[in-house]
Design a protein around this ligand. Structure first.
Ligand code: ADP
Ligand code: ADP
Length: 228
């Protein structure tokens, strides 16, 4: 079953050249893949088209069997419940505890408070932050902050997680820990797409890799092809 499909998708920002040109690919349920390419290649743009912070200029993006072109207005928020987003700078609320940050998506959709507390505690254990629930983000290390960002993105069990340079601010050891966490998501039913320009890291992971170059999909490399 396909979670996501791009059909000949192009994106041109007003006044610019094509940030994406005729990009086509498909992501299966439970798949994890990387998007790589030079700065300006179109990685962030591709992810923005998935969580609907941008719209394609041409072509079609299908999420499950839904054409995202037709998702407008209030339905955008409903769509975003199905797509977890992780940013390089994690964007945590500075004045809220770790537990409150992680539980926020559930609060926003009106879930019961006692149920939320339980789910948050269990997820914080899973991401190795069981003892940091009451800390403020500023009291955490960079790696811990990013794990909070990931926990917030997956608490509502999205069908797809998209991450834009999630290890951009982390050293290699912490990056590896974060990748281990991402790798555990498909077994929980969430497909994962990670944009990264860190080629060494991407190669080590031995997952499928989409290579963007000036907005074009230059290559779609399967894990088998990556094996040395
Ligand atoms: P990457 O994430 O691979 O660095 P981006 O998707 O951010 O690439 O950018 C792709 C191209 O689109 C670049 O040429 C960039 O300058 C341009 N671009 C990105 N965002 C905008 C924007 N909001 N307005 C205009 N041009 C943009
Ligand atoms: P980046 O610099 O990481 O590419 P941008 O600054 O382009 O990110 O912003 C990404 C977009 O994601 C913004 O338009 C923002 O409104 C949107 N956004 C922020 N949080 C979420 C979320 N939880 N789900 C979906 N979209 C989000």
């Amino acid at each position: 079953m396909s979670v996501l499909r791009f059909d000949n998708v192009s994106k041109r920002y007003s006044g610019g050249k094509d940030a994406l040109s005729e990009v086509s690919f498909e992501v299966g349920a439970g798949e994890m893949l990387f998007i790589t390419g030079h700065s300006g290649a179109g990685k962030s743009t591709l992810l923005r088209l998935i969580h609907l912070s941008e719209r394609p200029s041409r072509g079609t993006v299908l999420f499950g069997n839904q054409n995202l072109m037709k998702v407008r207005g209030r339905r955008v928020a409903l769509h975003r419940r199905e797509v977890g987003v992780v940013f390089q700078d994690h964007r945590l609320l500075a004045d809220r505890s770790v537990a409150d940050n992680v539980g926020l998506p559930l609060v926003l959709r009106g879930e019961r408070r006692d149920g939320i507390g339980k789910r948050v505690r269990s997820l914080l254990e899973r991401v190795g932050l069981g003892d940091r629930a009451n800390a403020l983000p500023a009291q955490l290390s960079a790696g811990e902050q990013q794990r909070v960002g990931i926990a917030r993105a997956i608490i509502a069990e999205p069908r797809l997680l998209v991450a834009d340079e999630p290890t951009g601010n982390l050293d290699p050891t912490l990056s590896a820990e974060i990748m281990t966490l991402f790798e555990s998501l498909p077994e929980h039913g969430t497909s994962v797409m990670i944009a990264s320009h860190d080629l060494a890291l991407v190669k080590r992971m031995k997952k499928r890799v989409l290579v963007l170059d000036h907005g074009r999909l230059l290559d779609d490399i399967s894990p088998e092809d990556l094996a040395e």
